[in-house]
Ligand binder design. Structure first.
Ligand code: A2H
Length: 254
């Protein structure tokens, strides 16, 4: 990927109920009042109305890190290190890691998704998540991300294989952004037009992602939420700032 700095919005998705393997691994390791957050890093904060789930790499190792008296983050080790250097985290070496967890241990966990149409969403597996990018946690917005859309189709189709309940993935996808070329479900339209059949169709997916991003950012109009009618370009910094002001997100660069 490029040389420039990526300016992510790191979202805070509070755990409401752990999946059983995670609950066992964490037993006795967290104080009663602990708030644990999954922290997906996104480049499209204005799409957060459309979160239907949150992805982790099932084979990736994550940590639960203490970041303040009662707050903990579920992120990759690499992200914990970066965040401690960026000062949004205790000093490296002084921020206790409460536990190591595999992505597969947390699948099924229920988290609260700020801004989303769906208040409580599930943690689901996405095999194409890279441990080397962002926090290793990815918000799922199937209306506007081709990768997210095709992953959701695959999870619904092969729910048993992935060890999930079909209904965790099979939610109605609501329009968030309208674009002149692809309508109001950009990801679905691109995946169908380009005949993308699997999350492993890496090349066409990269192309679809590029088209979706450019069209959404430069020509998209919000069709949901408090900025309905505004361009995506206008809405993006406003949504990001509102999330930050509410304590539901922070800036993260790498
Ligand atoms: B984006 P860039 Cl709606 N592995 O957020 C794989 N993908 C990751 C990741 C990781 N470790 N960390 C972040 N990402 C995803 C929303 C979104 C995103 C939409 C549309 C496009 C889009 C909801 N998913 O990204 O390689 C995250 O998904 C397309 C650019 O750093 C993040 O933003 O450029 C994006 O990839 C970061 O990609």
């Amino acid at each position: 990927e490029g040389v420039g700095v990526q300016e992510y919005t790191a979202m805070k998705l509070k755990v409401e109920e752990w999946a059983e393997p995670a609950q066992k691994a964490l037993a006795g390791k967290l104080p009663e009042n602990a708030k644990v957050y999954f922290v997906p890093a996104t480049l499209r904060p204005e799409t957060m109305y459309g979160q239907t789930s949150c992805f982790v790499g099932p084979k990736i190792t994550y940590g639960v890190w203490k970041v303040s008296d009662d707050e903990y983050y579920f992120i990759s080790e690499r992200a914990a290190r970066n965040m401690s250097f960026q000062g949004m985290f205790p000093k490296w070496g002084e921020s206790p890691k409460v536990a190591d967890l595999q992505g597969s241990d947390v699948v099924g966990t229920i988290v609260n998704a700020p801004l989303s149409v769906y208040k409580n969403i599930r943690i689901l597996p996405m095999e194409t998540v890279k441990a080397s990018k962002g926090t290793g946690v990815v918000s799922c917005v199937p209306s506007d991300s081709p990768d997210d859309y095709i992953t959701i189709l695959d999870l619904v189709k092969k729910a048993d294989y992935y060890g999930i309940k079909k209904e965790w993935a099979d939610l109605e996808i609501l329009p968030i952004i309208e674009t002149p070329t692809y309508g109001n479900l950009t990801a679905k339209k691109l995946v169908e037009d380009m005949k993308i059949a699997s999350p492993k169709d890496t090349k066409p997916l990269a192309e679809a992602k590029d088209l979706a991003y450019k069209e959404g950012f430069y020509k998209g109009t919000m069709c949901y939420g408090e900025h309905k009618g505004k361009s995506v370009e206008q809405a993006k910094p406003l949504v990001r700032q509102a999330l930050i002001d509410a304590g539901d997100a922070f800036n993260y660069a790498e």
